[in-house]
Design a protein around this ligand. Structure first.
Ligand code: BGC
Length: 754
């Protein structure tokens, strides 16, 4: 990480009292008056201090400031990161008791999928297709985090991702803007509740605004180049949904948006976010994203800091550019007093709304920390979420669920592990987590026996091992495989837990090869050769390319990195206490060369046609993915009737078409199905995706039971952004698809007239 630290720009200036040219009225007179009064007493340096989120040792940056304590006392640090409660109290005391204005600090942290109680990675959580459950997980995270000093989380991450090479695909809700929008809003509601000033709520920060998930070639921080149509129709909705759910803050992304870094992009942060969407909170930069504008070719620190502020970015994370240069830029007319005041006001408003001016220590409360950390209810929810996030990819000959009996060999590099199963963005959780070995023992109780073998290392590739901090020792791998085969031979059945360590997904963890490493395939082959029934479980932070595994393994379970209760949730599914119901929210490619691959693609002028050579296809690989968006099996089976429409044409804005299917549970146990409804618009003023998710319903059916599921189709489901970027529906023919995933659907058509 390049840090640009120049010498003093702000320092010795005498405190200058400035009037506080306010932006617009918030509608809360009491708050406006409070902040007017406060700002009327603040110096320009103190106002700029509210825009600075860079602590640590900054010798020479400010006169006499040698570290974080001095920065705080001078009023030059707006928020801290997380540390223990005593230290947080001490730091807050410096701000409110020893700085001239006594303005409290925020405490901001990446609470991404839980805090102490860790839930599945967000990609896994989204596979529940259950926004209410996701909201509950965010609520538990908020209660736990707020009890441990935190007032602000850098979440939700709502970036749409269509490229599984990108390590941060783990942090979002997959590839679909409709589902992504529901998840985004659910998380904001979970964090913020109805009342931001409540001690159990924390402020959300929607990130990474915008388009961060579209990094070229799936390489983190890489260039993004996208048309406005693509932005509006496929990428922006989840951000909008999160902001409209009331998120108090947003975070600018590292990437370019139409050639201009997001952090200095006036169109993005002012015209779109504030003028069009009506957002009135504050925007923080991503980590040194202002400084990185220099690498993007936009000028030196002073230049880019001024550009960022003028673009509508309020808080500088880690560049120190605002603190060091804004005063000078003000003197030179590069930024105005109003620019500084507007940003400062937005940040003070956030602190006010959190209630920090009333009680700066409200989040620092040891009793609450004691009572609300790793609670039984929270862990029970983590277990439920871990099980519901699991996607059953393959279950030939109904190997699953396993009977709770006999000798079970639990094998694999993730079998005796707790840390990796927590996933990226999680600390360590040594308190209550079980390993898969433990969880299988718990499930079997006295009715079975468990033996364990490591089976293999994650990889035999040196660079990958080194980057991920895991062992690379091919000779050891061969020995581990041999030992695992011996263990499998003594067992009646085998559970193999393979996949990725958590260090292979998340930030800066892009991979060019997303197949399972050869070291693990060697183990799979050897276990298959024993002839024992083997359940292959993949724990990963991204979709992997599983073509070979799909061809060779009778069972495949995608369990993601499932959090604190990953192992128990997995055992619940493996032994049938929970019937799996997770559905993919990200397409699993058949081969890497298909990436980017997603279900809601635009038709080409030459759709593939086996009869015609000159059509859009690969010579060496089908166009279709291995497992499509929306896919996931159950221990039972569901049959779908044809679609019945109550009418085949509608007209005007208010009309409704009712589309129904009868779903029958044709298997032998109860199960939950997510019935998915997609719309296709085959003739419009712009090319439209072949289908787009527009609704879904979850239902549980007993064995043999049937139910009718009805979707009310309104013009909302037909709308899209046209070339003028207006959200419209256009009269004409439409297709409706209802099914168990985006590929296996029933189809019907209707006409919608003017
Ligand atoms: C990440 C953000 C994160 C921030 C603070 C950055 O590197 O991109 O997602 O919120 O660091 O930890």
């Amino acid at each position: 990480m390049k840090k640009i630290i120049t010498t003093l720009a702000l320092c010795a200036a005498a405190f200058t009292m400035m009037s506080c040219g306010s932006d617009k009225s918030s509608g809360d007179k009491k708050m406006d008056k409070f902040i007017d009064d406060l700002m009327s007493k603040m110096t320009v340096e103190e106002k700029i201090g509210q825009l600075n989120l860079s602590g640590g040792d900054v010798p020479g940056v400010l006169s006499g400031a040698q570290g974080i304590d001095d920065l705080i006392k001078m009023g030059y640090l707006t928020a801290t990161g997380w540390t223990d409660l005593d230290e947080l109290r001490r730091l807050q005391a410096l701000a409110v008791e020893e700085s001239r204005m006594g303005i409290p600090m925020l405490c901001g942290v990446d609470v991404i999928h839980g805090f102490y109680t860790v839930f599945p990675i967000p990609l896994g959580l989204s596979c529940t297709w259950d926004p209410a459950l996701v909201e509950k997980t965010a609520r538990v995270a908020a209660v736990e985090a707020s009890s441990n000093g935190i007032s602000w989380t850098y979440s939700p991450m709502v970036d749409i991702a269509r490229d599984a090479r990108w390590g941060r695909i783990a942090e979002g809700s997959g590839e679909d803007p409709y589902l992504g929008s529901l998840m985004a809003a659910a998380m904001v509601r979970g964090y913020q509740g109805d009342d931001l000033s409540d001690e159990s709520t924390i402020m959300a920060c929607v990130k990474h605004f915008a388009l961060y998930g579209a990094a070229e070639a799936g390489r983190d921080y890489n260039t993004v180049d996208m048309s406005k149509l693509q932005m509006y129709n496929s990428y922006l909705e989840p951000y909008k949904s999160a902001f409209q759910a009331g998120a108090g803050s947003g975070m600018s992304s590292f990437n370019l948006v139409e050639g201009i870094p997001a952090s200095g992009n006036h169109w993005l942060m002012t015209e779109l976010l504030r003028d069009e969407w009506g957002f009135n909170g504050f925007v923080v930069s991503d980590y040194d994203a202002i400084g990185e504008m220099t690498n993007h070719g936009l000028g030196d620190t002073k230049e880019v800091s001024a550009q960022a502020l003028k673009a509508g970015l309020d808080m500088d994370m880690m560049t120190l550019g605002f603190l060091k240069t804004l005063k000078e830029s003000l003197a030179e007319g590069k930024v105005s007093q109003k620019d500084i005041d507007t940003a400062c006001r937005r940040i003070l408003e956030a602190k006010y709304k959190l209630g920090l001016f009333d009680d700066p220590y409200k989040y620092v409360n040891k009793e609450r920390a004691e009572a609300n950390t790793l609670t039984e209810e929270g862990l029970a929810l983590a277990r439920e979420a871990a099980a519901k996030a699991i996607v059953l990819l393959k279950n030939d000959k109904n190997v699953l669920p396993l009977q709770k009996s006999g000798t079970v060999a639990v094998i694999g590099p993730l079998a005796q592990d707790t840390q990796n199963l927590l996933g990226m963005w999680s600390g360590s959780c040594d308190q209550k987590s079980a390993t898969v070995v433990d969880a299988v023992k718990e499930a079997l109780g006295a009715s079975g026996k468990v033996i364990y073998a490591q089976g293999c290392n994650f990889t035999n590739e040196e660079k990958l091992a080194q980057e991920g901090g895991v062992v690379c020792d091919p000779a050891q791998n061969t020995r581990l495989v041999r030992e695992a085969v011996a263990a499998a031979r003594q067992a009646d059945k085998v559970i193999a837990v393979l996949g990725e360590p958590r260090s292979w997904s998340g930030e800066a963890c892009s991979k060019a090869d997303i197949t399972l490493p050869a070291a693990q395939k060697e183990l799979i082959s050897a276990l298959l050769a024993t002839g024992k029934p083997v359940v292959f479980v993949i724990c990963s932070g991204r979709p992997l390319v599983l073509e070979w595994e799909d061809q060779n393994c009778p069972t495949l379970v995608e369990a993601w990195h499932g959090g604190s209760e990953a192992a128990r949730g997995l055992a619940d599914v493996i032994f049938g206490d929970v019937n799996p119901s997770g559905k993919l929210t990200t397409t699993f490619p058949l081969r890497m060369g298909q990436i980017p691959i997603y279900y809601n693609y635009l038709n080409t002028g030459r759709p593939q046609n086996p009869e015609d050579h000159y059509t859009s296809k690969y010579l060496d690989c089908p166009n279709e993915p291995l497992y499509p968006f929306g896919y996931g099996l159950s221990y039972t089976t569901f049959e779908y009737s044809e679609i019945a429409l109550d009418k085949s044409s509608a007209s005007g804005d208010k009309d409704v078409i009712k589309a129904s299917v009868v779903i029958k549970n044709t298997g032998s146990c109860a199960g939950e199905e997510t019935v998915q409804m997609y719309i296709g618009d085959p003739a419009a003023s712009i090319s439209r995706p072949v289908k787009e998710l527009k609704g879904f319903q979850k239902l549980t059916l007993a064995a043999g039971e049937s139910a009718t599921v009805t979707f009310d189709v309104t013009t909302e489901a037909l709308k899209f952004y046209n070339s003028q970027l207006q959200k419209v529906w256009e009269p004409g023919d439409f297709n409706i698809f209802i099914g168990t995933n985006s590929r296996d659907t029933q189809k019907a058509s209707f006409v919608w007239n003017k």
